[in-house]
Design a binder for this molecule. Structure first.
Ligand SMILES: [Zn+2]
Length: 537
């Protein structure tokens, strides 16, 4: 097998990966700032580095890899959100609510995206003492100074500051904002600690009650869990400067090493349908919206589809997030799932819950991924297995199964949820109603979102239908109560509503609209006086 090679931003080249300690391979990835739902751009690093985590575990052993992804729960954006959302609560309590809810949502998103739990997920607020200790060291070593209520890192004290981003200090000065803060020795000096007002969260420190800057959080948490130097540090391309540059400055100057991490990996940017994602353009989409609402592509998506779609572009390239891409990913997973649904391996896995321990990915897949996570090659390996698997080649079915599970794009006991087809027993479906319900129900099954599944079931029952979930997450629709005449009932209600409107009985008209809405029917009153309806899912 070929050796693992990774592209290192620090050297701008692909290098053989040599761990500092093969018994404990150590990786740190910058995690989310928890003040709002994570957007789909945030999903990219968690998926990409999860694939690397899986590969490292395979190469070095499950118990010989430590993966740390932090949670930033102290940040001025969090304070602002807490004050906005919980104006009646004391600030600390309001902040705790915002960070707790958001962190839980983030972890649920990550699970639905097929990501394993990192070894450690430390929170900044649990590591304040470690941050203070590093800042004290930096001051003692002449790399930081106190000025105007802040402790600042002095970039001029580090001869090779800017090595990762390859920016020389004088360039940075030239590009610095005009409003140079007078208390800084160099405009590029950055905050390690700043004093908090009464209305801001704060911790006692040698410099007064205050809070840490963002960069020092990662230096403290990586040091605590991974040591003074470690193997891999990852994050999005946008973090190279200033965040990672400043993490490096802090850690190297505090601990006195040539590097903080040996390999620096960065995933590329994400656009949505060819445009930069922004709230003002209206193309801003969260992971949660993709998983549980029809906002993007008029249907919710299984996390596995999002994961496969994300990986289809090499992690260092810019990615265009589009409905076409999701459809392509969904269709490929549908093919794969059908080819292995009834295979010997799938049956064995059903019988033996410990199957995971017995299965390892193919050498071909490992080779493909070992080339700087070359997913295009990995995908051709999968397609090679698929071509044979669909002709019932047992060995190819087994390889397709284990490789897809290894990549986290298919999951045992959920194969059926990733196929598009469904059964219906005794259900009439003259207007393709069920076609519209099917993707939402399957996504909820794949994403293990039982709340949503219950809501969907309740709404579906109003239409006189119900569904059963098969062992592998497949769906069969069945009639319940008075299923026949559903469309007639809808039409009758629309006629009754038109009559109510003609009689200017707005209350009755609204009541009927609400009743239809509860049945999952949205009305559209047309200019020509007619009313059309559609199933809203
Ligand atoms: Zn960081």
């Amino acid at each position: 097998m070929s050796a693992l090679r990774l592209y290192n931003t620090l050297t701008r080249s692909k290098e053989d990966f040599v761990p500092i300690d093969a018994n404990n391979v150590r990786m740190y990835v910058c995690g989310p700032t928890v003040y709002d739902f994570a957007h789909i751009g945030n999903a990219r690093p968690i998926i990409v580095f999860d694939v690397l985590f899986r590969l490292l575990r395979h190469l070095y052993g499950k118990d010989h890899v430590t993966y740390v992804r932090n949670i930033t729960d102290v940040d001025d954006k969090i304070n602002a959100r807490a004050a906005r959302d919980f104006p009646g609560l004391p600030l600390n309590e309001a902040i705790a609510r915002v960070t707790e809810t958001t962190a839980n949502q983030f972890m649920a998103d990550a699970r639905a995206l097929g990501c394993l739990e990192p070894t450690e997920q430390p929170r900044a607020t649990d590591n304040i003492a470690q941050m203070i200790a590093i800042i004290e060291t930096l001051i003692a070593k002449g790399h930081a100074y106190v000025a105007d209520g802040e402790v600042l890192f002095e970039v001029g004290s580090m001869p090779d500051y800017g090595r990762l981003s390859r920016r020389a200090l004088d360039e940075q000065q030239a590009g610095a904002r005009v409003a140079v803060e007078a208390h800084k020795k160099n405009p590029a000096d950055f905050v390690l600690w700043k004093l908090s007002s009464e209305s801001e969260p704060g911790w006692d420190s040698p410099w007064g009650r205050g809070r840490p800057g963002w960069h020092i959080e990662c230096s403290a948490m990586s040091n605590r869990y991974l040591g003074e130097t470690f193997d891999i540090h990852g994050g999005g391309l946008d973090l190279i400067f200033p965040h990672h540059e400043n993490e490096i400055a802090q850690s190297r100057c505090a601990f006195g090493h040539d590097v903080m991490a040996n390999v620096w990996m960065h995933n590329g940017f994400l656009q949505v349908e060819g445009e930069k994602m922004s709230k003002s353009l209206g193309n801003f989409v969260t992971i949660h919206e993709l998983l549980a609402t029809p906002k993007f592509g008029a249907r919710p998506w299984a996390g596995h589809v999002l994961r496969h779609a994300m990986l289809m572009t090499h992690y260092r390239q810019p990615i265009d997030w589009s409905v076409a891409r999701l459809n392509e990913a969904a269709s490929e997973l549908n093919d794969f799932a059908i080819a292995i649904l009834d295979s010997e391996t799938a049956n064995k896995a059903r019988e033996n819950p410990n199957w995971e321990k017995e299965l390892a990915p193919s050498d071909q897949l490992v080779d493909a991924l070992s080339d700087d996570l070359n997913y295009a090659s990995a995908r051709s390996v999968l397609r090679g297995w698929y071509d044979k698997a669909k002709r019932m080649d047992k060995s190819a079915q087994r390889l397709l199964y284990v490789d897809c599970c290894f990549l986290g794009i298919l999951e045992p006991r959920k194969l059926g949820a990733l196929t598009q087809g469904f059964g219906h027993r005794g259900v009439t479906d003259t207007s393709n109603l069920i076609d519209k319900w099917n993707p939402a129900i399957r996504a909820a099954i794949a994403n293990a979102d039982s709340n949503r599944l219950n809501i969907l079931r309740r709404d579906l029952q109003l239409t006189g239908r119900d569904f059963e979930v098969a062992t592998e997450g497949g769906v069969t629709f069945i009639p319940v109560g008075d299923e026949t005449g559903y469309e007639e009932r809808v039409e009758a209600l629309i006629t009754a509503r038109l009559a109510a409107r003609a009689a200017k009985n707005w209350a009755e008209s609204d009541r009927i609209r609400d009743e239809l809405l509860a049945m999952g029917i949205a009305l559209k009153d047309n200019k020509d006086g007619t009313t059309t309806w559609e199933v809203k899912r």
